[in-house]
Design a protein around this ligand. Sequence first.
Ligand SMILES: N[C@@H](CCC(=O)N[C@@H](CS)C(=O)NCC(=O)O)C(=O)O
Length: 290
Amino acid sequence: MASAAETAAYAAAEAERAAATVPEVTTDAAPPVSADPAAPAAADIAPLPTAQDPTRVRLHHLNNSRSERIVWLLEELGVEYDVTVHYRSKIGFAPESLKAINPLGKAPAIELGGKVYTESGAIVHLLLSTFKTPAALEAGPASGQDSVHWSHFAEGSLMLFLQPMVTISRGGEVFASRGIAGMLFGGIVGKFVAWYTGMAADNVKNMLQEVEGFLAAHENFTGGEQLGEGDFMMAYPLNAVLRRGAPAGMYLGDKTKAWVERVSARPGYVAAEKRIKDEEEKQRPAETAE
Ligand SMILES: N[C@@H](CCC(=O)N[C@@H](CS)C(=O)NCC(=O)O)C(=O)O
């Protein structure tokens, strides 16, 4: 049975996560505008959003989150866009301001054409299908099976195990700071957490080996020279392992490391990092200023 301190800690976390009344999130696909010559007839093609167009993209970005994927893609697409930054609470959850956009309080979310779209994989596909793609990018409607595979793999497999490892490690820090870590992690809960973390680590290690095998034989996650859905989705977890202090025992193979370093050096990626830093600094409310 939970102690009073544990119950209070959970209650505080739950209160922070309480949902607000929010606009409807759509899963409707926007009309595609593709570089693909076999793409829809002109009559079906929506005008490209421009700087003057009210359907220009607004990205809802949560600091230190998957929304970085979308900034990178928008930079590679060379379109203008707006960013609203939402800042994580002290224990890492999304604020109410994000829940007002996406009821689940998850980032990324984008506004486009008066609708809200969520799920980074779906947003990546939507943007690659909506905007005219430069030669270096694989248009959404032309996505090959490799691209689609790695896009799903990024969230449905790799993040599925990487995320809880990070969350458990962060949770341990939060409870430790409240003086209840020993109580929680010392007994049966601690044994379960250790088992779960080990199981997740084994899964992540196997997955990183699979990634290494693919990149040993292919330039990018499209399977070719172009960057596509899989690349925009895979860069975030791989960069997390490489640069952001991955959980113990996680490392990238040489080919994977080389891929992350190559894409991270692209002008679009560098511009995305700068835009994120600038927006986070510019919009930071006084009380969360560091
Ligand atoms: N599968 C979703 C995952 C979204 C997600 O979990 N986002 C995290 C940030 S990386 C988030 O918003 N966390 C805040 C919270 O859970 O309170 C996607 O790919 O968009």
